[in-house]
Design a binder for this molecule. Structure first.
Ligand code: ARG
Length: 583
C-alpha cells in the first residue's frame, strides 16, 4: 500500500500538471497548522517565482483541478498555500484497506534482501552488565523491524570469546590448581565432562586474573602465551575453553531469554579465527598493508577527514590479531555464509572510530561487495539520576540480572498492591510490565543520546511510558471482548472529531516504520504509539462505545478500536515486549 502522503502528493502533482504547471511543485506535507488543516502544499509559492505570477493564482488553479471527493477541505489561502483536510470517504477506504491487507499494507522494502544484525556482543566469563543492556534492547528491536519490513534478518551475538581474557583465566586457573589434567602436556586421556569450576567461580577468577596482569609482568607474559597456545589449538587449553563457553553461554541465555532477546546465530570471535590467515595474505597481496613499528597495519585515512583516522591494525608486533582483525575476518565469514546486503552493528558509541576504521578497511580490501551497506549504531549511556553511568548502591557495575530483579520487584509491589490480577497471574503480569517499563524507557530515547534511568517514571502507568501503552492495549481488549466477535467488522467513516484524529494517526503507520528503519530509530515507533494510544484513549473517553444504541455505528467504533489495538500490538512486538491479559 502506498503511504497516504505519497497518494495525495501524486494527486497534487497531477493537479499542478493539469493546471499547466510543473508537477514537481505538488509536494504535500503534514500540516504545521493542525488547527487549520491536516495536510498542506506550499508548491504554489515556489512555482510563482518560476512562472512569474501571483502564488494565489496558481494555488487557485490547482485547487480547481483536485478531486472534490478526496477532501472535506481543499482551499487556496493567501499568499498561496493549499490547505487540505481528507474526506471521510477517503480516510475510511484507506483504513479499510489497511485493516484487510497483510501486515496493514506496509510495503516490504526489504523483500529479497539479507541483513546481519550484530548485537549483544557479550564477553564470555564476564557477567552481563548494564553496558550490554542497550545493545540487546535496541539490537533486538531493529532486527525485528527489519524482519517486519521483509528482510531476511540474522541476529548474531558475536561473542567475545577469543582474546587475552581466555589466556588470563587459563593462567589463573593453573596457578590455583596446577595438578589439573588440562595443564599436563603429556596427558592423552579424555578430558572430564564436568568443568573444574562453577560459573560464579569463573566470574571471580576472571577479574582476579585481570588485576594480577596489571601488577605482575611474569603473570601477564604467561597469560599472553596461554592465549597464543589456545589459539594454536593446545588440547588441554581448548578443553578449558570449551568448559568456559558452555557455562557462560548457558548463563547468558537465561538472561537474554528473560529480556526476550533471541539470536539466530551464536558465533563469536573464535569462529572468525580460521579466516584470518587467508585474509591477511590477500590484503598483503593487494599491497594494502604496511609495516609500522613491527605491526602490520592498513592505512585508511581519507583526504576529506576532519579528524585523524589512524591506520587499522591487522597484526600486532607479537604476531597476535586484535579486535579489528576479528571483525574483518567475521565479515569475510558472513559474506561467505549469507552474502548479506547489509551489516548493522550495535555498540556503545565509544567504538565509533573502531567501526569507521574497520568499514573502510573492509571496502578497500574488497571484503564486502561495493553495494553492501555497513552501518554502526553507536548508542549513548544509561545514566543514574546523578547523570553518571548507572551504578549499584555500592558504586559497582550493576549486573543485568540485578537490574532485572530490581525492576521486577518494583513492578511486582505495584501489581500486588493494586490487586491487578489473581495471585497465579502475578509473576507473568509483573514480568510483562517490567519489560515494557525497561525497554520503552530505553527505546523512547534517540539511540545516540544518553538517558537517565528513572524507575518511578519508567514504571508509571500514566505518561509516556511502556506500561501506559500496555494499559491502553489491555483496556481496548476489554472493550472488544465485552462486545463479542469483531474481526469481521469494517471501518466506517469517522463518526466524530476524535475518531478522525485517531484515524489520521493510524494512517501514519507505514511511514513511521519506514522512517524508523531508515534512521535506525525505534524511538520513532515509541513516539508513534504514544500518539496512537493518546488518540485511542481520547476517542474512548468521548464516545460511548458500548452504550451506543445504533448498532451499525457501534460496529464502526469497534472496528476502529480493533485496528488500533492490532497496530499497537504489532508495534510493541517490534519493540520487543508484549501486553498482559489484565492490568
Ligand atoms: N565484545 C565487544 C565488547 O565487549 C562487542 C562486540 C561488538 N561487535 C563487534 N562485531 N565488534 O566491546
Amino acid at each position: 500500500m502506498k503511504k497516504i502522503l505519497d497518494i495525495i502528493t501524486e494527486k497534487m502533482q497531477t493537479a499542478f500538471a493539469e493546471a499547466g504547471y510543473d508537477a514537481s511543485f505538488g509536494r504535500v506535507t503534514v500540516s504545521n497548522r493542525p488547527d487549520l488543516c491536516e495536510y498542506q502544499c506550499n508548491g504554489a509559492l515556489s512555482a510563482a517565482k518560476q512562472y512569474k505570477c501571483a502564488p494565489i493564482q496558481i494555488a487557485n488553479a490547482v485547487v480547481a483541478k483536485l478531486d472534490e471527493s478526496d477532501y472535506s477541505l481543499a482551499e487556496a489561502v493567501m499568499p498561496g498555500f493549499i490547505n487540505l483536510k481528507l474526506s471521510d470517504a477517503f480516510l475510511q477506504s484507506y483504513l479499510e484497506e489497511m485493516r484487510t491487507a497483510p501486515d496493514f499494507g506496509v510495503e516490504k522494502t526489504g523483500a529479497g534482501k539479507t541483513i546481519v544484525v550484530d548485537y549483544g556482543g557479550p564477553n564470555v566469563a564476564k557477567p552481563l552488565h548494564i553496558g550490554h543492556l542497550r545493545s540487546a534492547i535496541i539490537g533486538e528491536s531493529l532486527k525485528r523491524l527489519y524482519k517486519f519490513m521483509g528482510y531476511h534478518a540474522i541476529g548474531d551475538i558475536h561473542l567475545g570469546d577469543w582474546g587475552l581474557q581466555m589466556g588470563l583465566i587459563i593462567t589463573e586457573l593453573q596457578e590455583r590448581q596446577p595438578d589439573l589434567c588440562y595443564f599436563d602436556p603429556g596427558y592423552t586421556g579424555a578430558y572430564p565432562e564436568e568443568p573444574p569450576f562453577t560459573i560464579s567461580q569463573l566470574e571471580e577468577i576472571y577479574p582476579a586474573a585481570a588485576a594480577k596482569k596489571k601488577e605482575d609482568e611474569v603473570f601477564a607474559e604467561k597469560a599472553h602465551n596461554a592465549t597464543f597456545e589456545l589459539q594454536q589449538g593446545r588440547p588441554g587449553y581448548r578443553a578449558i575453553w570449551q568448559h568456559i563457553m558452555k557455562l557462560s553461554v548457558a548463563d547468558m541465555t537465561k538472561i537474554y531469554d528473560d529480556l526476550d532477546v533471541h539470536f539466530e546465530s551464536w558465533l563469536g570471535e573464535s569462529d572468525a579465527d580460521p579466516y584470518i590467515p587467508a585474509m591477511i595474505a590477500d590484503i598483503k597481496a593487494k599491497g594494502l598493508a604496511v609495516l609500522s613499528e613491527g605491526a602490520l597495519v592498513m592505512p585508511v585515512a581519507e583526504e576529506s577527514d576532519k579528524k585523524e583516522v589512524p591506520p587499522c591494525i591487522l597484526v600486532k608486533s607479537d604476531g597476535s590479531s586484535i579486535y579489528a582483525t576479528t571483525d574483518l575476518a567475521t565479515m569475510v565469514q558472513r559474506m561467505q555464509d549469507f552474502n548479506p546486503d547489509k551489516m548493522l552493528y550495535l555498540t556503545d558509541k565509544r567504538q565509533s572510530l573502531h567501526f569507521e576504521q574497520v568499514f573502510r578497511a573492509a571496502r578497500k580490501a574488497g571484503i564486502v561487495r561495493e553495494e553492501t551497506e555497513l552501518e554502526h549504531v553507536g548508542f549513548g549511556t544509561m545514566n543514574g539520576k546523578d547523570g553518571k553511568p548507572f551504578k549499584t548502591r555500592e558504586g559497582g557495575v550493576m549486573r543485568l540480572e540485578q537490574l532485572i530483579a530490581m525492576i521486577t520487584d518494583f513492578v511486582r509491589a505495584k501489581v500486588v498492591e493494586n490487586q491487578i490480577v489473581s495471585e497465579d497471574a502475578v509473576e507473568q503480569t509483573t514480568h510483562k510490565i517490567a519489560m515494557a517499563a525497561l525497554k520503552y524507557g530505553d527505546l523512547s530515547n534517540q539511540p545516540t543520546k544518553d538517558y537517565i534511568f528513572d524507575l518511578d517514571r519508567f514504571a508509571a502507568f500514566e505518561g509516556n511510558t511502556g506500561p501506559y501503552i500496555l494499559y491502553t492495549i489491555v483496556r481496548i481488549k476489554s472493550i472488544l471482548s465485552r462486545y463479542g466477535e469483531w474481526k469481521h467488522l469494517s471501518i466506517q467513516p469517522a463518526a466524530n472529531a476524535c475518531a478522525k484524529e485517531l484515524m489520521l494517526a493510524i494512517t501514519k503507520f507505514g511511514g513511521v516504520m519506514e522512517a524508523a528503519l531508515n534512521a535506525s530509530a525505534p524511538n520513532l515507533i515509541c513516539a508513534y504509539i504514544y500518539e496512537l494510544a493518546g488518540a485511542a484513549n481520547k476517542f474512548y473517553h468521548e464516545t460511548p462505545i458500548l452504550k451506543e444504541e445504533n448498532k451499525e455505528l457501534q460496529a464502526g467504533y469497534i472496528a476502529l478500536m480493533g485496528l488500533t489495538m492490532e497496530l499497537l500490538e504489532k508495534c510493541i512486538e517490534i519493540l520487543g515486549f508484549s501486553a498482559p491479559e489484565k492490568m
